[in-house]
Design a protein around this ligand. Structure first.
Ligand code: PLP
Length: 452
């Protein structure tokens, strides 16, 4: 029995569960997709909230620039480049025998300053928001004063009365820990068993308390939640439910709009934009997708990508059970090389709020993540961590689908020929060289061994 029903009954009502259990890479195009104008009403946030978050990050730019000199080139704004993947696009289209139409781009969040992953958006934003709330309430800063003064011993002594806790598979902990420690907060990161050793070492060097668990992400989050609940001076960063985290990710949308414009890329009904987002618990891809739907409406098509061993969001949305189901319930092990995506139970908030806004969900094998990692390096000289490659096969899935998805949305040949495909490269630049070399070696071996 699985959640009070025999497996047969599940397979009858939800046939894709057989492939999920069999760990087969699969794509599911959302039959419940609705026009953005209607479906954005499902999310309890507006474009005004995103712009408010964006303005807050601008207020903090002088602090960021002072505290993290690597952000000087962008004047304290934490943003990543948009990079064309011409060579890789040509190689993959030839390999998979699909027409080389449209263009393929990388949103290189692997290059985000401070923590080298997409978590430098939501994670850092949430801590800054909390710091601002405390500083304004106590009079440590007055509205309109430059926030660079928060990079001071006085401010650190003030924030040192407070603590921040978070549960993480690694990258969120890295972002929260680094920014919290720099502001002066006492920070505790509860790390799941998937977390890489170098991330824990790095945090400890910053003075962050790292607590390690032999269990998975959901347990680490629960422990963080409990620690915080027992301490009124402690703020818990709730990766599963936080609206602030979500808004921090959503800020990416306006900035991408500007970058696309600067690159001469048109996005409208005749020129669709497809965005492929690696998904763990869902906050990162959900927040980015929310911002993109606000900005581009029905011209943008967002798809979430998960490892075959951790398809929590696909399972939650497909069954309609959201956070009421975990991959373990169906005997799926949640063991993957994509440590940033090793999540067994999705965010119920994201799954529900975004379920009419996401075009589709697909799964990728670890072997394909490694192969993509090696191909991206060979063709473009770019180095991403395994999780960040989940977006790469997305455009092939869209081109190869036979579920009537493109037809349903009016994505005909002419529109597809003008499409822009964007894989969100969610992390990698902080991975130590030896570790990256091992990933690459693994990918090259798999490429060499591939059946032809
Ligand atoms: C966290 C993470 C994601 C996904 O973000 P969620 O909010 O967990 O869905 C994707 N890629 C990398 C590298 C990450 O660290």
């Amino acid at each position: 029995m699985i959640l009070d029903r025999p497996l047969d009954s599940w397979l009858h009502s939800h046939p894709l569960i057989a492939e999920l259990i069999g760990l087969q890479p699969l794509s599911w195009f959302n039959p419940g997709i609705a026009p953005a104008a209607q479906a954005l009403g499902d999310v309890p946030l507006s474009l005004g909230d995103v712009d408010d978050a964006s303005a807050r990050l601008e207020r903090f730019a002088s602090f960021i620039q002072s505290a993290f000199p690597e952000t000087r080139p962008t004047a304290g704004i934490i943003e990543s480049p948009l990079i064309p993947l011409r060579a890789l696009h040509a190689v993959l289209c030839a390999e998979h025998q699909v027409p080389a139409q449209g263009t393929l781009w990388l949103k290189a969040d692997n290059l985000l300053p401070i923590s080298g992953s997409i978590k430098a958006r939501g994670g850092i934003y949430e801590v800054l928001k909390h710091a601002e709330d405390l500083a304004l309430a106590s009079g440590l800063i007055l509205p309109g004063e430059p926030y660079s003064q928060l990079d001071s011993d006085e401010a650190r002594a003030f924030f040192g009365q407070y603590s921040i806790a978070v549960g993480s598979t690694g990258n969120l902990g890295l972002s929260i820990g680094i920014i919290s420690a720099r502001l002066g907060f006492k920070a505790t990161v509860h790390m799941s068993a998937d977390a890489r050793q170098w991330k824990k070492d790095r945090l400890r060097r910053c003075g962050v308390t790292v607590i390690e668990y032999a269990s998975d992400y959901s347990v680490a989050v629960e422990q963080g939640r409990e620690q915080a609940a027992a301490d009124p001076m402690c703020h818990f960063v709730d990766d599963e439910n936080s609206l602030n985290l979500f808004l921090g990710y959503a800020v990416a949308a306006r900035r991408l709009q500007w970058q696309l414009h600067a690159a001469g890329i048109v996005v409208d009904e005749q020129h669709p934009l497809f965005v492929y987002l690696p998904c763990g618990v869902g906050g990162g891809p959900g927040g980015v997708a929310f911002g993109l739907k606000q900005v581009f409406g029905d011209a943008v098509h967002c798809l979430f990508a998960e490892p075959t061993h951790s398809p929590c969001m696909l399972l939650g949305v497909y069954t309609g059970l959201h956070d009421g189901v975990s991959v373990y319930d169906f005997g799926i092990d949640n063991v993957t090389a994509a440590d940033g995506l090793a999540v067994g139970r999705p965010s119920g908030f994201v799954g529900r709020a975004m379920q009419r806004l996401i075009d589709g969900y697909y799964t990728v094998s670890d072997a394909d993540l490694y192969r993509g990692l090696a191909q991206l390096e060979a063709c473009e000289g770019l180095r991403l961590e395994p999780s960040a490659l989940a977006g790469l096969p997305g455009y092939l899935r869209v081109l190869q689908e036979h579920q009537g998805y493109r037809q349903r949305l009016g994505l005909d040949e002419a529109r597809m020929a003008r499409a822009t495909h964007l894989m969100w490269g969610t992390g990698g630049s902080m991975v130590p060289d030896e570790e990256m070399d091992a990933y690459l070696a693994q990918g090259r071996t798999l490429l060499g061994n591939r059946p032809t």
